[in-house]
Ligand binder design. Structure first.
Ligand SMILES: [Zn+2]
Length: 63
């Protein structure tokens, strides 16, 4: 992520507590995507996939 805000950094850290439903990355592994050449790249535009952020929030709220 380029120049992440504090909120984004916290969101990213917290999202690592759950696996990602979108890109199937396990706990503690950052979200990523395949570019047009098929190369795996870490997600840069967002802290994590939105469904992972939601899952992490739900987990925190239920903890
Ligand atoms: Zn993901």
């Amino acid at each position: 992520m380029r120049n992440p805000s504090l909120d984004q950094m916290q969101e990213r850290t917290q999202s690592l507590a759950v696996p990602c439903p979108d890109c199937s990355q396990p706990v503690n592994v950052a979200c990523g995507y395949r570019d047009r050449a098929g190369t795996w790249r870490q997600l840069e535009a967002f802290p994590a996939h939105i469904n992972r952020i939601k899952a992490a929030r739900a987990k925190r709220e239920n903890a």
